[in-house]
Design a protein around this ligand. Structure first.
Ligand code: CU
Length: 358
């Protein structure tokens, strides 16, 4: 009898119907973000999303290195989910029967039951629906946490199973004085460290299945030395022809998540006009930052109005990670150059006698 009471206290109640409007949102692949209102006059709603777990082999660099990846909706990071404070997030999590492992989802923005992880563990061929109330505004990581303990958790995360939720204040973003802040574009960057095992000659190994890769990958992970640190799933996912477009005068919100380890984002040639370094919109944003910190297991947001055209590198300012391991993205900004902000007064030229100072 007592055990039954204890169980009843611990078990979450089954969902009651809520008399609220429903919205169904089709998620899109990062760095893009599904259409949404920045501020809303509507009351709270139940917002429905669908996340399907994909286990698959992907190429993560230009050398063709292969990873046994696990990914929400097939992308690393998983899609950015956007709602407003007070909304209910209703997620259908799908584990296709072609998969080989159980998966679940822990939303850092949710309250109770391991962020939903305890209520969403599903095996191949199953699906589950979880509803949680978005009570705290900000950007929050979500990730797989299968079984709650043991090596599966870090392995699934290091294989790509994380993403982020953005809970906007109902009346939108604000600066420290309460002045509304607006963005013209939003991009979502998920930074991911990979640990690809090497053979005796130092070459990256390839595996036929996730289970085959497991033991070697865990051994590589235990050294805490990533072989790749990338934005959006592979080296070069957001550089060159994949650069994120913007225009001079446009304000861009950059959402950056890292489920595993710290990162130090820096926009080369630009700044963070307003930065929610810890990602929580109930705290005032810092201003005019050069580099900020994304703590492992968190997401942050930075707002910047581009003032000059050109290619801007957005890097992890651990430059070895940016240049050697892949943690570089690009913005391609079109518009007119402002000579007042910067001008080359004399082009490079040979040293001439009498022109060098001292
Ligand atoms: Cu998983």
């Amino acid at each position: 009898m007592q055990a039954a009471v204890a169980l009843a206290l611990a078990a979450p109640a089954l969902a009651e119907d809520l008399d609220l409007p429903r919205q169904k949102v089709d998620l899109v692949a990062p760095p893009f973000v599904h259409p949404h209102e920045q501020a809303t006059r509507q009351g709270p709603a139940i917002v429905e999303f669908r996340l399907t777990v994909e286990e698959k082999q992907i190429v993560i660099d230009d050398a063709g290195t292969k990873l046994q990846a696990m990914a929400f909706n097939g992308t690393i990071p998983g899609p950015l989910v956007v709602v407003h404070e007070g909304d209910y997030v209703e997620v259908t999590l799908v584990n296709p029967e072609t998969n080989s492992m159980p998966h679940n989802i822990d939303f850092h923005g949710a309250t109770g039951a391991s962020g939903g992880g305890d209520l969403t563990l599903i095996y191949p061929g199953e699906q589950v629906v979880l509803r949680w109330k978005a009570t705290r505004p900000g950007v929050f990581v979500y990730h797989c946490i299968p079984g709650g303990v043991g090596p599966m958790v870090p392995w699934h995360i290091a294989s790509g199973m994380s993403g982020a939720v953005m809970v906007l204040p109902r009346d939108g973003l604000k600066d420290a004085n309460g002045k509304p802040l607006h963005y013209d574009r939003v991009y979502y960057l998920g930074e991911q460290d990979f640990y690809v095992p090497r053979d005796a000659k130092g070459k990256f190994k390839t595996y036929d299945s996730h289970i085959d890769a497991f033991a070697d990958t865990m051994e590589a992970m235990h050294k805490l030395v990533p072989t790749h640190v990338v934005f959006n799933g592979r080296v070069g996912a957001l550089t060159g022809k994949n650069a994120m477009p913007a225009k001079v005068g446009e304000t861009v919100l950059i959402v950056h998540s890292q489920a595993d380890r710290d990162s130090r984002p820096h926009l080369v040639g630009g700044h963070g006009d307003y930065v929610w370094e810890t990602g929580k919109f109930s705290n005032p944003p810092e201003t005019n930052l050069e580099t900020w910190l994304i703590r492992g297991g968190s997401a942050g947001a930075a707002l910047y109005t581009f003032l000059q055209p050109g290619i801007y590198a957005y890097v992890n300012h651990s430059m070895i990670e940016a240049f050697e391991l892949g943690a570089t993205a690009h913005f391609r900004v079109e518009g007119t150059w402002n000579n007042d902000l910067m001008a080359q007064i004399r082009a490079p030229e040979p040293l001439r006698a009498g022109t060098s100072p001292q």
